[in-house]
Design a protein around this ligand. Sequence first.
Ligand code: PBG
Length: 326
Amino acid sequence: MAYPRHRPRRLRSTPAMRRLVAQTSLEARHLVLPMFVADGISEPRPIASMPGVYQHTRESLRRAAAEAVAAGVGALMLFGVPRDEDKDVHGSAGTDPDGILNVALCDLAADLGDDTVLMADTCLDEFTDHGHCGVLDGAGRVDNDATNLRYVELAVAQAGSGAHVVGPSGMMDGQVAAIRDGLDAAGFTDTAILAYSAKFASGFYGPFREAVASSLDGDRRTYQQEPGNAREAVHEIELDIAEGADIVMVKPAMAYLDVVRAAADVAPVPVAAYQVSGEYAMICAAAANGWIDLRTVALETLTGIRRAGADIVLTYWAVDAARWLS
Ligand code: PBG
């Protein structure tokens, strides 16, 4: 035994002592709030599987965004939900400057300016009628390089609408390089890329599919990663950094904390982790049954994700946690 006389409990004796020696910090600035804005609704629409989370109207989004910024969250990540009749094979509503996501970005950019960091999901699944994250080839497979061309158009539209950060989440090979080149060519050299680098094909996205009214029938296993592949995740992260990613992300978070740690060990850029809809939903459900205490467990999970190495955490509790921590 190396330290036979040491009594670690001495440093746990009072709240002030525990605060002094805390090894992991969790602050509002670390947290990013994902938000949904829907076209063609006149009232905010609750998402049944995600208590407290809404599909917003443009107006309710503006109010909720202002509240989140006032609470001190680090950034907002915006997802658009078009009307069903506006979905098509190309995901045209995503690149349309009058599409719901782009007009909402304009609203928030006008309201908030540089008071927060405005991020946008740069993906096609919300906008395609087949629900895949890319465009399909003649055989119905997701066409990698044709999809990247669409991602460039999405990223340029989002940057033009006021996004400080674009977040390609479709796991196409070469998506970061394509978007970086496209943004630079369009003059958006200061727009950053948060790359969903290691995104796993996960059952934890279930409630999100309701949140964005996804049309997907099938799965994303030809582009998202197999849950067991940690070394491949590091490879994906290294590729994205080489392609110019400004921030790399691991997703989901809780079932992949070893991957978050591995990312933090190799990445010279900030590492983000996304605590996804299913992680949020299952804790809400257990708390609603009185089986666990929501606030204790939510903060414990966020602390755990930070401890694993995440600089930034995307979480549907961003505003609640910011208030709990203040
Ligand atoms: C794809 C995307 C997904 C999520 C974020 N971006 C869904 C998917 O890959 O099926 C999931 C987020 C969550 O579950 O909270 N654009």
